[in-house]
Design a protein. Sequence first.
Length: 312
Amino acid sequence: MIVVLAVVGGVSAAATVAMTARGGGHHASGPTPSGPPPTSSAAPRPQRGWPDAGTTGVIPGSKLSKVDHDVSITKSGTVLSDKEIHGDVTIVASNVKISNSRIFGQVTIPYGNEDVRDVVLTDVELDGQRNGPPAQAEPGIIIYGGLSCIRCNVHGFNLGIAIDGVQPTLIQDSWVHDVWPPSPGHKDAIITNGSSNVTIDHNRLSCEVDGCSAALGLFGDFAAITNWVVNDNLLNGGSYCSYSGSLDAKKYPVASHIKWTNNHYGRELYPDCGIYGPATGWSPAPGNTWSGNTMARAGGSSPHAAVPEPQS
């Protein structure tokens, strides 16, 4: 059952596999919004280093009311808080706020709703319960419009977050992990197959199982990748820990206006962050900046080693 809510005030084939499962390889069309990628206006929550169970998801001690069905949000200005939702949440309206809630299902701004914007998830846990089919890509969050995910805990899906629109999108202070199950199908903690105006700031991103392409994978399969800010994230796992959007084999082979700064490539899963190394898919295209990215030294010694600009 789906309940419609209108309550106000309360190198890789990864890209093709993922996009096909999310809508047949379509992408947003129309003009790209002007202006910089978004920044967060959420109230601060104490951080203990990298995001974890104590600093993301539902605030400890919260009392949640149970919603035992899928939810469809169709009215602008809808607000949901302190919910435990057993079902998927579909959003086709702008200015939607969901806070301090746990969702046992996906959150989706579906294809065809590319004008939806200013959707904000704050202190939300999305639990896929490791139920996804091995051969399909079923992300915890699917974004064809504009969405901010602040202090989110996304886990147990076979893709974490899929971003494929042009509206401003922000993932900040969030933990995306426990990608599942291991299989030949390609997986990522965060993936795009072509998008613009995205900020990925101070997140902990891990792709832990066989079949992972990257912790953060930018692939220009269906649209150009432009105007991304990737700053101060901890990355672990995948063939490489990051693909930065420029790959000769893709339809849109060069990402532009990409700022990739102060990210930390970890050794939690592999000695070189990913199976083959920390990073690939970078181009010195107009507006691209690679600076301050480091690899943890073996044994946790400091200082960390600089990660040089990778090649596409």
